[in-house]
Design a protein around this ligand. Structure first.
Ligand SMILES: [Zn+2]
Length: 339
């Protein structure tokens, strides 16, 4: 295939975005899929919502959350390539965990508490079926990508064949990841996740090995709207779910309103006041016949909480923006046990 031909749709002759890095592209005119690696997966589409509906939603949301002076500066209607690999992942691990135990030695007034360490072997297998999401671009990202992945992992089965009429007005981004690379990315994600889980259970890990078996692989075209808006002279970003019937903000940067700053500062001040009151009530306990460890706690606690309160109030009151997310940011979902 010549370089020229690679930039034209083989089915309808329309120009397609197939940069040297792109591997799979969908023709925006006829829906034909051009793949640099021969015939491969057929992408599926989560149908986009009507542009006007999304526009109206974004206007309302920005005014409600960022005030009436919020101005929408830029809207990008993008259909982004997302890979979903279903895998069976099995991780065998072997290590140990150190636990500190205490025992009382001696008797009566001479007794004391001693601590000692025990080494508990930790070994086993994680065996589960998972769905892992990978973005089809290598060196680019979009704002809110990880929330898009979370949303994708809950509904990738709802996709249907690419319908070109539904794509009108949307820019279809081609995938730079081939099937093989997408699967490799998914394997890395789940191996890292299993390792992270195992490391949290162990003090020292000797072995941690993950085997994966692919079950299925899909290329899902996911509509999102990238938004840039201004409020009070500052610029903020937003990522809006473009799937039909599911219009919502996936992730948004929002300005801090004066009232919100005040309430955050107040929380810090309340903590400082509570610490002062606690100090007054706890004072008589110092010098009493309580254990010295307890007395130390009595002396330290109000000071420490007051310091935390001050810090908390100060940082939260001066933050100029906050971030709202519709979902937790995850790139995999456990579907069930391995068997
Ligand atoms: Zn075409």
């Amino acid at each position: 295939m010549s370089l020229e031909a690679a930039h034209l749709c083989a089915n309808c002759g329309a120009p397609i975005d197939l940069s040297p890095d792109a591997v799979i592209a969908v023709c925006a005119y006829c829906g034909h899929v051009t793949s640099q690696e021969g015939p491969g997966v057929a992408p599926i589409l989560l149908r986009p919502e009507k542009e006007s509906t999304i526009r109206a939603f974004i206007e309302r949301y920005a005014r409600r959350k960022a005030g009436h002076n919020a101005v929408i500066r830029d809207l990008k209607f993008l259909v982004v390539p997302m890979w979903v690999a279903e895998l069976r992942a099995r991780t065998r691990y072997n290590g140990y965990r150190v636990e500190t135990r205490t025992m009382r030695v001696g008797s009566g007034r001479r007794s004391s508490v001693q601590t000692y360490k025990v080494y508990v072997p930790v070994r086993g297998t994680i065996d589960e079926r998972v769905a892992v999401a990978a973005y089809g671009r290598k060196f680019e990202t979009i704002f809110g990508l990880n929330v898009v992945k979370s949303s994708l992992l809950m509904r990738y089965d709802a996709g249907s064949e690419v319908d070109v009429a539904a794509l009108r007005g949307w820019e279809v981004i081609s995938s730079e990841l081939s099937e093989r690379e997408a699967l490799e990315a998914a394997r890395t994600t789940i191996s890292d996740e299993h390792r992270r889980r195992v490391e949290s259970m162990t003090t020292k890990l000797f072995d941690c090995y993950t085997e994966t078996e692919p079950i299925s692989l899909k290329l899902v075209l996911y509509p999102v709207v990238e938004v840039r808006y201004e409020s009070g002279g500052k610029s903020y970003r937003m990522c809006v779910d473009g799937v039909e019937g599911a219009t919502r903000v996936l992730k948004a940067e929002l300005p801090m309103t004066f009232l919100r700053r005040l309430s955050r500062a107040a929380a810090g001040i309340a903590l400082i006041l509570a610490s002062a009151v606690a100090a007054i009530y706890l004072q008589p306990l110092i010098g009493s016949d309580l254990d010295w460890e307890l007395q130390l706690i009595v002396i330290a606690t109000p000071t420490v909480t007051a310091a935390i309160g001050g810090l908390f109030g100060a940082t939260r009151a001066t933050a100029i923006q906050r971030v709202e997310r519709a979902l937790e940011e995850v790139d995999f979902r456990v579907l069930g046990g391995g068997a």
